[in-house]
Write a protein that binds this ligand. Structure first.
Ligand code: SF4
Ligand code: SF4
Ligand code: SF4
Length: 301
């Protein structure tokens, strides 16, 4: 069973209409700008928010591994956590939280069904997101099949970093894909995300040849991919596809990952990576490049 690390209700940027978005844990990529680093691994992870901590030490006392100590800088993790969750269960202020838990299909559907009316009225549905949902294809297909039986619109938000067979299996079970297109140069793609992009581009082409509906999402990050060379190459690639994306969403970079890394105790410094949000002018320039290639495009999701 895969882990879900977040459930977002009333989501308006994860596909058409108002949606419930389910975040599956585990991702083969490590995008340096990732907004959800708590979704990297397939196991539960502990997150600590110092400003919520009242220093009661309940977590220190309950930890079976003696892994936590209270310091002047708050609770410190000594590095041998087994993710048992005892400390997060005891924490009275939610300063310590566990990201990632198993959900039985019935329980997940009970959450989704609560939003049925708003989903139906808005033309929305459910979006499976991550992490990388294709990493858990069996569980993903099971959830998608169940949503299909309930006539709920299904969107899968993915990198498409998976085998063609997996992508085809999932394509049979969803109405729409949201696909990330991060960098056209494979070496740069590897440098910033840990993996090359050939398989991703081949899978986008395969979906297009199947006539599958898809949206493309390009994060616009100065210092990484918001240069003319990459934007033109992205637009040329998309314009060459037999079925074009419904829309290209240009997503403006935000430094959301920074706070999450601090809560996870992992390293991230956007300044040393020289990543910046694009100016308004650059956003419009990127938009015009997409439009010049005959693509429907917009800023934001
Ligand atoms: S999750 Fe378990 S092992 Fe890890 S710090 Fe908390 S109590 Fe200790
Ligand atoms: S139990 Fe929570 S509030 Fe108390 S010291 Fe630990 S993290 Fe802080
Ligand atoms: S693919 Fe998405 S979830 Fe995975 S590391 Fe990149 S931004 Fe994060």
């Amino acid at each position: 069973m895969a882990l879900i690390f977040d459930i977002k209700r009333f989501a308006i940027n994860d596909g058409p209409g108002i949606r419930t978005t389910l975040f599956m844990k585990g991702c083969p990529l490590r995008c340096v700008w990732c907004h959800n680093p708590e979704g990297f691994t397939e196991k539960p992870v502990k997150m600590y928010t110092k400003k919520k901590c009242i220093g009661c030490q309940s977590c220190v006392e309950v930890c079976p591994e003696k892994n936590l100590v209270l310091t002047p800088d708050g609770i410190k993790d000594l590095g041998h956590c087994i993710a048992c969750g005892c400390c997060t269960d005891e924490c009275p202020t939610l300063a310590l939280e566990m990201a990632g838990k198993e959900w039985k299909l019935d329980d997940l559907m009970a959450v989704v069904e609560k939003e049925r009316q708003v989903m139906e009225e808005s033309g929305g549905g459910v979006t499976m997101c991550g992490g990388e949902p294709l990493m858990h294809a069996d569980y993903l297909c099971e959830v998608l099949d169940e949503l299909g039986k309930r006539a709920i619109h299904r969107t899968v938000d993915t990198t498409l970093f998976a085998s063609a067979e997996t992508v085809s299996r999932v394509a049979e079970r969803c109405e729409l894909f949201l696909v990330d297109l991060k960098l056209m140069d494979s070496e740069k793609h590897r440098r910033y995300t840990r993996v090359p992009n050939e398989q991703i581009l081949a899978n986008i082409r395969m979906l297009s040849e199947m006539g599958k509906r898809f949206w493309i999402r390009i994060p616009l990050i100065v210092g990484v991919n918001a240069d003319d060379e990459n934007l033109n190459a992205s637009a040329e690639f998309l314009a060459s596809l037999p079925t074009k994306p419904d829309v290209v969403n240009l997503l403006v970079y935000h430094d959301v990952g920074k706070g999450k890394h601090a809560r996870l105790g992992t390293e991230y410094n956007p300044d040393t990576l020289a990543m910046k949000a694009p100016s308004e002018e650059l956003q419009q320039h990127a938009l015009s490049i997409m439009q010049k290639h005959g693509l429907s495009a917009k800023i934001g999701g």
